[in-house]
Design a protein around this ligand. Structure first.
Ligand code: ADP
Length: 808
């Protein structure tokens, strides 16, 4: 039977000792340090008694020095004083052994505080329930011993040996490291079942607390180990660097990079990627190649103007002034640009088509784009796409390549340091593609307003926003621009300049600019109008004004040298038409000169090239032979075929023209187009070839004041051609009076300046039959009715007669 069961009506009187934050349990042996006088007295009295018993009771209020009745718990433990040891400081160390639980009834003073006590009796519960609880508590105790390792195996054995349920709880609880209030609750409990339940709860909460504690400890340990390891390694790297005499500290460098990245305004994705890369640097020796690779990558991210926007303004009046101030003429393009800017201003954004300036070289496409940049307050970037074949030039190389870099778009942005410049993509028509990928498709992504806010460069592998950039593209021709690209662009045409326009541009822009660039004063050089026209006509051959500017620069150089040689910086050098040969050399071009008199087989065609329009003389001679057709003068395939088509047409009209239907068998035909060294191609010389051949066959000269252009079909129909404006300019320049053009080109005349049309008689034709009477120096009847040459055979004979004199 347990000590608690021995009759609970027994009263005893024992000295009392109040305990601070300690709860004494029956069966437990506990040393306590005793210092208070009252406690000392109680112990002495207890020791003096036969039983050596004392009532140890917990004090709710440990801070109270002299506890009263209200400070003491109701239930305490009657204990035996086993041993008392006096310590040098006057206190004692006393060993107690708990005997039974007791409840005090009253306290009184009798040498020390004495308590009248009643033993507490356990209330046994239902047997099965108690047994089950005992089992559960034992298991919980095992678990506790395993996880907390605060109970030694011997102790565990001895606790397990306790059979009596109430005593089991009393034995376990003193060993738990729980708050004394909780322990007091167990001590207070008379009901065994409840006491066991409380014990179980305490064990469980201790176990779960211990496992959380263990987890935390583990985590802290791992973190500490990692930190220690990194610290140790970093210190080692530093020591190695010091040892090797490298004073730059890569770690400090990385710290600096990381700080910069944290402060910089850039997308989160880019920041975290850059931070990850920068972190890699910590573990790579700075002399390793990989260090440079990673460092370059991080530098690129640091250097790009991710969100740096330059303040832009759109003031239409100011823009108009700037455009007019920078460029002469170009009315239509300027107006179109201003409209575009106005729409941008209203819609507060750039989501519109990309502008594409199309025109021959030197007409001011790039410089117009530069003016637009100035007018909108943006920086100007130019990227020439001529000959770009490799997609990587636009989109960059993947980082796996040695020496990889981002594409030219990002390179240019890095240079300007703002993310909203005006980007001029020059010569977009010269893009080409090969096995290295298709740059056009990369450009498609760059120029598409719907997707260019997430442009992906191969090197960066991060989305980059290009949507704030104002793109303008330039091209010489639209034919070679890939259709999907063209689709995204709004074409603005810049035409070639008239002679008078060139003169104005030279006078107002090129001359003042060159004078200034050569360090001259405006009074140092005077160029007469006639001299300018002569330069335009005889020293340049172009649609634009680039060569003209070069010639003017040459004049400025010559002037500069004269001023310096003569040591007269205020001298005014006057340049007239006559002084040009001595300054610029002999005339370089003698083009556009029509024949001085009508000639047989020589017909003036009109051609178009990048440099503008020009007169192209086609010559045909006949020789005795066997039906061969020879073409010379570097004619392209299309032009050679055109010559054959022209001949076939003439043969089909042999009867009407009064020719022997088999005339071609007796002769060889030689068609030549000077200048022989310049390649020529295109179908638009069709009617010229036909006229020239017919003239040679009929022996009728072609009028020298007529020029023509038009493609020919086998049946003699005249088909429309391109470049009419430039061709008519060339015709007027060379003094031609009459120009024969396809009927279908009539609509294009509105592009031609009035001053040009005033000097020309334009004849529209639908069939070659209409061309011949206009071009040949003979009447329609003479040509078609064969009057004077009625016998076909007679013409053939005439041909034979001419065989000996091939040139006419
Ligand atoms: P493109 O890009 O069409 O080949 P540029 O823009 O390089 O031609 O122009 C060549 C030169 O001609 C530049 O110096 C430019 O200022 C000048 N220029 C062209 N057109 C004009 C014009 N209408 N007014 C003034 N200068 C012009």
């Amino acid at each position: 039977m347990s000590e608690d069961r021995r009759g609970d009506d027994v009263f005893e009187e024992l000295p009392v000792m109040a305990l601070r934050e300690v709860v004494m349990f029956p069966r437990s042996i506990m040393p306590l340090y005793v210092g208070r006088d009252a406690s000392m007295k109680s112990i002495e009295i207890a020791q003096a008694s036969y039983s050596k018993l004392i009532f140890l009771v917990n004090q709710h209020t440990p801070e109270v020095e002299k506890p009263g009745t209200q400070d003491l718990a109701k239930v305490g433990c009657v204990s035996k004083v086993l041993q008392r040891l006096r310590l040098p400081d006057g206190t004692c160390k006393v060993l107690f052994e708990g005997v039974y639980r007791a409840r005090w009834e009253e306290l009184h003073e009798d040498g020390c505080t004495m308590a009248k006590l009643r033993r507490c009796a356990d209330t046994p519960g239902q047997q099965e329930e108690v047994e089950a609880l005992v089992q559960t508590v034992r298991e919980a105790l095992d678990e506790y011993a395993k996880t907390c390792r605060k109970i030694s195996p011997d102790l565990l054995m001895s606790i397990k040996a306790v059979k009596e349920p109430g005593a089991l709880a009393n034995t376990i609880v003193p060993h738990l490291k729980v708050d004394y209030h909780k322990k007091q609750k167990v001590l207070d409990e008379d009901d065994v079942v409840h006491r066991l339940e409380l014990t179980y709860e305490l064990l469980q909460s201790e176990v779960s607390l211990a496992s959380v504690e263990k987890r935390i400890k583990n985590r802290v340990r791992v973190q500490m180990e990692r930190n220690q390891r990194e610290y140790y390694l970093n210190e080692q790297i530093k020591a190695i660097n010091r040892e090797m005499g490298r004073d730059d500290d890569p770690q400090a460098e990385v710290d600096e990079i990381e700080q910069k990245l944290k402060k910089m305004d850039l997308p989160e994705e880019a920041r975290s990627k850059a931070l990850t890369e920068a972190h890699k640097l910590r573990n790579i020796p700075s002399s390793a190649v990989e260090y440079t690779v990673v460092r370059n990558y991080v530098d690129w991210i640091l250097d790009l103007p991710w969100n740096a926007l330059k303040e832009t303004v759109i003031d239409i009046e100011k823009a108009r002034d700037i455009l007019d101030g920078d460029h002469y003429g170009l009315e239509k393009p300027k107006e179109r640009i201003l409209e575009y800017l106005a729409v941008q201003k209203l819609s507060h954004g750039l989501k519109g088509p990309i502008l594409c300036f199309v025109g021959p070289p030197g007409v001011g496409k790039t410089s117009l784009a530069k003016s637009v940049a100035r007018a909108t307050g943006r920086d100007f970037v130019r990227l020439s796409l001529g000959g770009v074949r490799d997609e990587a030039e636009i989109r960059g190389h993947r980082r796996t390549y040695v020496g990889a870099l981002p594409g030219k778009i990002l390179q240019s942005l890095k240079r300007v340091k703002f993310n909203n410049p005006l980007f001029c993509l020059d010569e977009i028509d010269k893009l080409s593609s090969d096995y290295r990928g298709d740059p056009a498709s990369a450009l498609l992504e760059v120029l598409d307003p719907e997707q260019n806010n997430t442009f992906m460069d191969h090197y960066l592998e991060l989305e980059y926003d290009l949507s704030k950039i104002f793109f303008i593209t330039t091209a010489n021709t639209l034919h070679t621009i890939p259709v999907p690209l063209l689709d995204r662009m709004e074409v603005i045409e810049l035409n070639s300049y008239l002679e008078t326009e060139k003169r104005h541009i030279a006078r107002r822009f090129l001359l003042p600019r060159q004078i200034q660039e050569h360090g001259l004063k405006s009074t140092n050089l005077h160029v007469s109008d006639n001299a300018l026209i002569e330069i335009i006509r005889s020293y340049t051959y172009e649609a634009g004004v680039r060569d003209l500017e070069r010639q003017i620069a040459a004049l400025c150089r010559k002037t500069a040298i004269r001023l310096v040689e003569e040591n007269d910086l205020d001298k005014c050098v006057s340049i007239t038409r006559n002084s040009l040969p001595s300054l610029l050399g002999v005339k370089r071009y003698r083009h556009d000169e029509r024949e001085v008199e009508p000639r047989v087989g020589v017909c003036a065609g009109l051609a178009w090239s990048q440099r503008g329009g020009e007169i192209l003389l086609v010559e045909t001679t006949l020789m005795a032979g066997s039906g061969h057709v020879v073409t010379t003068g570097q004619l392209g395939e299309v032009m050679t075929e055109s010559a054959k088509a022209a001949l076939s047409y003439v043969r089909s009209r042999a009867d009407l023209l009064g020719l022997d239907p088999r005339f071609h068998r007796k002769i060889d035909i030689h068609v030549h187009v000077p200048a022989g060294a310049t390649p020529k191609d295109g179908p638009s010389a069709g009617i010229t070839l036909a006229t020239s051949i017919t003239s040679a066959l009929l022996g009728i000269p072609v009028r020298n004041d007529v020029a023509m252009t038009g493609e020919i079909s086998l049946r003699g129909r005249v088909l429309p051609i391109g470049g009419l404006r430039e061709k008519l300019l060339a015709a007027r320049r060379s003094g031609v009076r009459k120009v024969i053009i396809p009927h279908d080109n009539e609509k294009d005349l509105k592009e031609v300046p009035d001053e040009v049309l005033r000097d020309l008689k334009i004849v529209f034709v639908e069939h070659v039959d209409e061309v011949l009477p206009q071009a040949l120096a003979a009447t329609s009847e003479e040509i078609f009715s064969g009057r004077g040459n009625t016998q076909p055979i007679c013409r053939a004979l005439r041909l034979e007669k001419h065989d000996n004199q091939p040139t006419q």
